[in-house]
Design a protein around this ligand. Structure first.
Ligand SMILES: [Mg+2]
Length: 311
């Protein structure tokens, strides 16, 4: 498979996964079992038409945009995040209908003059999945760099909204998985690669003390976990676990991403995070084309993603 098919698959895959989850965000797994999502829906939780993405993809697209520049500038990324919050930049229909508490708090801090890389919450309770959901472009942009440079960038870019080592480490581990898939490793091999790299790099303060929280991810046998034991809450560790579990146990882009959404609860973000790595592995050509065609602002998204790839 061509690298282009993987890069486009990853980014489109994340946005489509988000849009599939938007209409059923906050619904229970029991409800999803009674009425599983099998296609792009509209309305529901946020009263949005089919193909509407949420904050996850808006912030991911801001990150794609800023990483098209020769050098990463935190101030520029912060400006794009504020443009989204205040003016609907990279929103699907011009307004913001979904935002996490940690992201809102951090962006208000930036507006008050706090330096972007010090804006994210660093408390134990500030470990929602709000930086993990937008981190994929970092893995793609820095895939050729030494792994410690890629992880350093993931931590810096997480810090704008999520500055705790647990959130940063979740982003770093996900980027390792993404890097492996980008270079053609199978999901099982990419998971092994993530464990090797992660265990090597994170064996230092302040990350070492986070190991117990990642015990199940780092155990190496996440694929043996039963669905009932996978949580799809907004906690960053749960989202990381759920997304890798969906990829390891699914056989197509469609199966992985629908599995993620049908876990219920934080459906858009689980869909987005799982959809990103599923798209990397199965490639753009395997994303059902009707889902792409239904997406809001399809040509704008295409233009930005193409610009990122050719950069
Ligand atoms: Mg969302």
């Amino acid at each position: 498979m061509l690298l282009r098919d993987r890069v486009l698959g990853g980014l489109w895959g994340a946005i489509i996964g988000d849009a599939l989850g938007v209409p059923v965000e906050f619904t229970s797994r029991q409800e999803r079992r009674r009425d599983p999502v099998i296609d792009m829906r509209g309305y529901g939780t946020h009263h949005q038409p089919p193909g509407t993405w949420s904050d996850d993809s808006s912030l991911l697209l801001c990150t794609v945009e800023t990483l098209c520049e020769a050098e990463y500038q935190p101030d520029q990324l912060a400006d794009l995040f504020l443009a989204w919050l205040e003016c609907g930049h990279w929103s699907p229909h011009g307004d913001v209908f979904d935002i996490g508490i940690a992201t809102r708090t951090a962006l208000h801090r930036i507006r008050q003059g706090i330096a972007p890389e010090w804006a994210g919450g660093a408390g134990e309770r500030d470990n929602g999945n709000g930086s993990l959901m937008r981190i994929l472009p970092v893995a793609l942009r820095y895939a050729d760099a030494p792994i410690e440079d890629m992880l350093f960038m993931a931590h810096r870019i997480s810090a704008l909204t999520h500055r705790h080592p647990r959130s940063q480490m979740a982003c770093g581990l996900y980027c390792c998985m993404a890097k492996g898939l980008l270079y053609g490793l199978t999901p099982t091999e990419a998971y092994r690669f993530m464990l090797e790299q992660g265990l090597r790099y994170y064996n230092v303060a302040p990350f070492q003390t986070e190991y117990p929280h990642f015990a199940r991810v780092l155990s190496g046998d996440l694929s043996d976990v039963l669905e009932d034991d996978i949580s799809a809450s907004g906690y960053v560790v749960h989202t990381l676990e759920a997304s890798i579990w969906c990829l390891l146990t699914g056989r197509s882009y469609e199966e992985v991403v629908l599995k993620a959404v049908n876990l219920g609860d934080d459906t858009d973000t689980t869909g987005c995070v799982a959809g990103g790595i599923a798209g990397l592995h199965f490639g753009f050509a395997n994303i059902p084309s009707p889902w792409i065609e239904m997406l809001a602002r399809r040509s704008d998204v295409q233009g930005q993603i193409d610009a990122f790839f050719t950069h």
